[in-house]
Design a protein around this ligand. Structure first.
Ligand code: PLP
Length: 386
């Protein structure tokens, strides 16, 4: 059987074997409940607190500012919901290209708590209009929360956290950024950045699934809980901690950050290779989002030419052994489609694929992937010929 190629790393990354080894060791020797006061519990507590300290050090923050969660979705929910509830927020400003963990949450808050919701316009690469943001902040007149993602998970387009954060704080608003695609891939000192809430998910940087964290700037740390029923995480998040997952996440972040520059060079090289080969082999393809050196180096979104049975694209690629993910503008009558691509204002109907890379991919995989993509796109009315 032909080896399969995995280029869907923005969805999830393979577990680093060194992380798996560490987790196995913690599973074997440390089953106590961190809330128990006996030796078994204390041992588990030590694992959790060491992990918190290590994560905090890599991000330049205090351990008390890290709240462990079940992943990025919960961290986004916790930030937005607790900020609105205890920060007297009456107005949320965000963009139409956010992840659903943010968009669905703010839509619900707007409806249920009658919070005003403003969606900023975005440019053709999915970048929010900062002039429009400033205008909204100038005229808001109400306590405002701004939520704008650091890097878009479908497009790879990024915002400058420093620039946006200073603007938001200048007008006295709170700033949440969904940093799920960048923590573990960029060197971020969250204390030095003008940001109040940031989120991470371990499975995006070769850690385990089902574990992540929220960073809350110090003075915000005592806002009410999202989940109730226990005093864990300093009353911010009830429930027995995912000890193995938390240990694995800390190890994954340590590996990602200590080897980061080397990984970035390798992965950026893969992305640039893919861009070059796609231009060469599928000349009528275009790219959605930013593909410059300022873009997220793990994500490339390709807008393909129209071809028959394009809705079978991912299925065909999967049969060929290539795992990528899809997304195109919602077309009328179609249930699926990407709200992100739709927000770019591109014509519906043209298929798009997101190719996303990790340090575990090779140049040869990228070369094969582009040839497979070319083969499927150029099939023209011969769907059985694969
Ligand atoms: N935010 C962004 C930008 C993401 O890409 C994802 C996952 O795809 C999430 C949030 C949700 O993270 P999790 O899968 O850990 O819930």
């Amino acid at each position: 059987m032909r080896p399969r190629i995995y280029l869907d790393n923005a969805a999830t990354t393979p577990l680093d074997p060194r992380v798996a080894e560490l987790m196995k060791d913690v599973m074997d020797r440390c089953f106590g409940n961190p809330s128990s006061t006996h030796a078994f519990g204390r041992e588990a507590r030590t694992v959790v607190e060491r992990a918190r300290k290590s994560i905090a050090e890599w991000l330049g923050v205090a351990p008390g500012e890290i709240i462990f969660t079940s992943g990025g979705t919960e961290a986004d929910n916790m930030a937005l919901r607790t900020c609105v509830r205890s920060g007297d927020i009456r107005h949320i400003v965000t963009s139409p290209v956010e992840h659903h963990a943010v968009l669905h949450t703010v839509e619900e808050l707007a409806q249920r708590d009658r919070i005003k919701l403003t969606l900023l316009p975005v440019d053709s690469e999915g970048r929010p209009d900062l002039k429009a943001l400033e205008k909204v902040l100038q005229t808001s007149g109400e306590r405002t929360l701004v939520s704008l993602m650091h890097a878009n998970n479908e497009l790879g387009t990024m915002i400058d956290l420093e620039e946006v954060g200073h603007l938001v704080h200048h007008y006295g608003a709170c700033f949440h950024s969904d940093t799920v695609q960048t923590i573990g891939h960029y060197s971020l000192n969250l204390h030095r950045l003008p940001i109040d809430y940031a989120c991470a998910s371990a499975h995006k940087f070769h850690g385990p699934k089902g574990v992540g964290f929220l960073y809350l700037r110090g003075e915000l740390a005592h806002r009410g809980p999202l989940l109730t029923g226990g005093s864990q995480e300093r009353n911010m998040r009830a429930g027995t901690e995912n000890v193995y997952g938390i240990a694995g996440m800390a190890k994954a972040l340590e590996l990602a950050m200590s080897e980061r520059e080397h990984h970035e060079r390798h992965v950026r090289g893969l992305k640039n290779l893919a861009i070059r080969l796609i231009k060469q082999h599928i000349p009528d393809a275009e790219f959605n989002g930013d593909i410059s050196e300022n873009s997220l180096y793990t994500v490339l979104n390709v807008l393909l030419p129209e071809f028959p049975d394009a809705d079978m694209l991912l299925f065909r690629l999967d049969i060929e052994g290539l795992a990528v993910s899809g997304g195109s503008a919602c077309s009328s009558g179609s249930l699926k489609g990407s709200h992100v691509i739709e927000a770019l204002g591109k014509p519906a109907g043209r298929p798009a694929v997101r190719i996303s890379f990790s340090r575990m991919n090779t140049a040869s995989e990228v070369e094969q992937a582009v040839l497979l993509l070319k083969k499927v796109v150029h099939l023209k009315n011969q769907p059985q010929a694969l």
